[in-house]
Structure formats: structure tokens, C-alpha cells
Design a protein. Structure first.
Length: 276
């Protein structure tokens, strides 16, 4: 490939052709040729999370690059499917286009000039999703919730689905009360020294907290991801401060570590105010 070719603008057809060459049994890439649907999954997950990280950092150059990596995953799966005469990339595009048209009839179908309310849009969306699940023999409300979702995301989606059929607390006090109830049950399990019960109750607490987040309009997965980032930032500041003083965190007593933690919180809060 010439330098001019490497700096040229490539469209989707160019990417599809590159993928075909990578998978060509005669002269293709040995690594790409070894892959199958199952072996690619870890890379798909990794690329998706790298995109999420780039979005969280608001690094738009990185977002562009990571979107390309995610698109390559789609092209990779489509190429392997095409080799087995299962479906093509064009079939994938047709499928999502038809789905969007079907689910947005208030945009693409005639409404007689009547303005459609958000409530009507949501009701119609749920009706269409229900019809699609029936076509896939997914009759239960929870049947099409992906098992591979991160646990917090899946928990929130499961509880949201259950709420649609009325299995939900109507009052916020009841939702918070459920959290308190589960904490009490965990205390009893700890008192009894029953590890299996402890594990079960910890899971129930997570479930109750996710439900509380849902009722508060908070995405539990995003909330924990942001909390993790805050923890990392604060802890790194603690390590840096200790190093400046010629100390190591592992050698310091807990009260000193707490002081460093609070100092890191104050420093990050001040930095945030300075950038506003």
C-alpha cells in the first residue's frame, strides 16, 4: 500500500474490503483468520469500555478513534457471518434501519398532522418492543434482557421491566425502607457467621440500592463508575502526597490515612471549582 493510499479518505466500502482481505485464506492475516464469533467477544467488550472511558473523559479525538474500533468489531462479525452465508454487513444495516423506522412511526409514518405526545411515543415504543419479543418467542417481560450486561446495568434493567407490569414500590419511603430491611438482614447473617447467607444478603443490598437509584432517576452503573473514578483520583493524590514527604501509605496509621483522604477530597473539590 502506498503512502498516498494510507492517507486517503476511506469509506465503509473500503473498510469492508480491508476486512475481506484480512480474512482471505490466501494471504490474509493469520491472527484474523484464527478468530471466530466467540474469540472476538472479549475484544468487543474491551473496545466498548474504551469508548465509554473516552466519553467520560470528553476526549473527542479518542472518542473518534474508539468509535472506529467498535465499528471494526461490527465489520469483523459481519465478515465471519458472510463467510458462513449467515448474513452480510448490508443485512445488519438493513435490519437496524428497518427497526428504527418501525419504532419511530411518529416520525416516519403519517400522523395526520397531529403532534404526538412523549407519552404516546413511549407507549407505542413499548407496544412495538412487545410485538418484537413475541416474534422471537420471548413472552416474559425479562426474556430479552442480555445476560452478559454488567451486573448493575442488568439489575436496573430487570427491575425496570418488572415495574412495567406493576411489580414496583409506589412510594420512595418504601424503596428506602427495603434498603434498610436488607441491611438488617445482612447484620443478622454476619452475626450468625453464615457466609452463604452473607453473600446472598450483600447481593440483595445491591439489588435494593439499584432500585433506589432507578427511582431517583440515577443510572447505577454510571454512578458507580464515577465513584470509582473519584476514588482513584483521591487515592493517587494520597500516594503522591506521601511520596513527597518520603513516606508510603502502607507504613502509615489509619488516622493519618484518613487525614490524607480528606485532604485529597478538598484538593480535588478546589480544583473543580477553579475550572468552573
Amino acid at each position: 500500500m502506498t503512502n498516498e493510499e494510507t492517507t486517503a479518505h476511506h469509506g465503509i466500502h473500503s473498510l469492508l474490503n480491508i476486512m475481506r482481505q484480512l480474512r482471505d485464506p490466501d494471504g490474509g492475516c493469520p491472527w484474523d483468520l484464527r478468530q471466530n464469533f466467540h474469540t472476538i467477544v472479549p475484544y468487543t467488550i474491551e473496545e466498548t469500555y474504551e469508548l465509554v472511558d473516552a466519553i467520560a473523559a470528553e476526549d473527542f479525538v479518542q472518542i473518534r478513534d474508539e468509535l472506529g474500533d467498535v465499528l471494526f468489531q461490527v465489520v469483523f462479525y459481519a465478515q465471519m457471518a458472510s463467510e458462513q452465508s449467515l448474513f452480510t454487513f448490508e443485512d445488519v444495516v438493513d435490519g437496524i434501519a428497518e427497526k428504527l423506522l418501525r419504532r419511530h412511526q411518529h416520525i416516519f409514518a403519517e400522523t395526520g398532522g397531529r403532534r404526538v405526545s412523549e407519552r404516546e411515543v413511549k407507549d407505542r415504543w413499548e407496544q412495538i418492543k412487545g410485538e418484537e419479543r413475541q416474534q422471537k418467542n420471548q413472552m416474559g417481560a425479562l426474556d430479552d434482557v442480555p445476560r452478559a450486561l454488567p451486573a448493575l446495568s442488568r439489575s436496573q434493567k430487570l427491575q425496570k421491566r418488572a415495574a412495567r407490569v406493576g411489580f414496583d414500590w409506589g412510594e420512595m419511603d418504601a424503596v428506602r425502607g427495603k434498603v434498610d430491611e436488607e441491611l438488617g438482614e445482612l447484620s443478622e447473617a454476619v452475626k450468625d457467621g453464615d457466609f452463604e447467607a452473607i453473600e446472598s444478603e450483600v447481593g440483595d443490598i445491591f439489588l435494593a440500592m439499584v432500585n433506589l437509584a432507578r427511582h431517583l432517576g440515577v443510572d447505577a452503573e454510571s454512578a458507580l463508575r464515577h465513584a470509582n473514578r473519584r476514588f482513584e483520583d483521591r487515592f493517587r493524590l494520597m500516594e503522591k502526597a506521601a511520596a513527597v514527604e518520603g513516606s508510603r501509605l502502607s507504613e502509615e496509621p489509619l488516622d493519618q490515612l484518613e487525614q490524607r483522604w480528606q485532604a485529597a477530597k478538598r484538593e480535588l473539590a478546589a480544583n473543580a471549582l477553579a475550572t468552573d
